[in-house]
Design a protein around this ligand. Structure first.
Ligand code: GRF
Length: 200
């Protein structure tokens, strides 16, 4: 059994999806820790309800990122964390942090990378007028929304679809493929060569 820490800043629906999958035995992992940088975030309520430890870091302290990341790293070591799942964590982790957990940090992005990087990907894709967008789960490297792609699935945008409808569809897909990607990694079914990830 591996130990997972989820990093989230907001609603936490992906945290919930990962947690549900772990609790149902669909992924061989314990969700040991939530790292959250927003005291108002709904994800904290979700963690409390599920009795998952939450490590709250103050956003303002991110000005002193090095010290703050040291605190997080200490906590991760204390909890014997094997894998980090970023799920709507609105902070960029330093290159140093990422290197310490090389190929052990995943992220989910609500678009088909490398298109529409950044914090407003669903809206950006919708406004751009693309006919197909989707969801990407990838390894985290030193660049934002950039690491090797593990899973990617498409979502069609049809005539008349609203942004709200698209958001719902994207989130539903996220909740399905994030646990799936975690499962593949934990079961050693991913072979990483350069940027290419092969599912064995
Ligand atoms: C998701 O759309 C995820 O792809 C992005 O941030 C959002 C987080 O949503 N990185 P939630 O907090 O998991 O509901």
């Amino acid at each position: 059994m591996k130990n997972i820490a989820v990093f989230a800043s907001g609603n936490g629906s992906n945290f919930q999806a990962i947690l549900n999958a772990a609790q149902k035995g669909k992924i061989p992992a314990d969700i040991k820790l939530l790292v959250c940088d927003n005291t108002e975030a709904y994800v904290l309520k979700r963690a409390q309800r599920a009795k998952i430890k939450a490590f709250i870091v103050d956003r303002r302290d991110f000005l002193n990122r090095k010290g703050l990341e040291e605190q997080i790293l200490k906590k991760l070591r204390a909890e014997k964390i094997d894998l980090i799942a970023l799920a709507g964590f609105m902070r960029i982790l330093s290159a140093d942090f990422v290197r310490r957990y090389k190929n052990k940090i995943l992220n989910i992005h609500p678009a088909l990378l490398p298109s529409f990087k950044g914090a407003d990907a669903i809206k950006d894709a919708f406004r751009y007028g693309v006919k197909i967008t989707g969801v990407t789960v990838h390894f985290v490297d030193e660049e934002m929304d950039h690491g090797p792609i593990i899973l990617q699935e498409a979502v069609k945008i049809s005539k008349g679809d609203s942004l709200e409808v698209l958001e719902k569809r994207i989130h539903r897909l996220e909740h399905r493929i994030y646990p799936q990607a975690i499962k593949l990694l934990l079961e050693n079914k991913l072979c990483l060569q350069g940027r290419n990830v092969t599912i064995i």
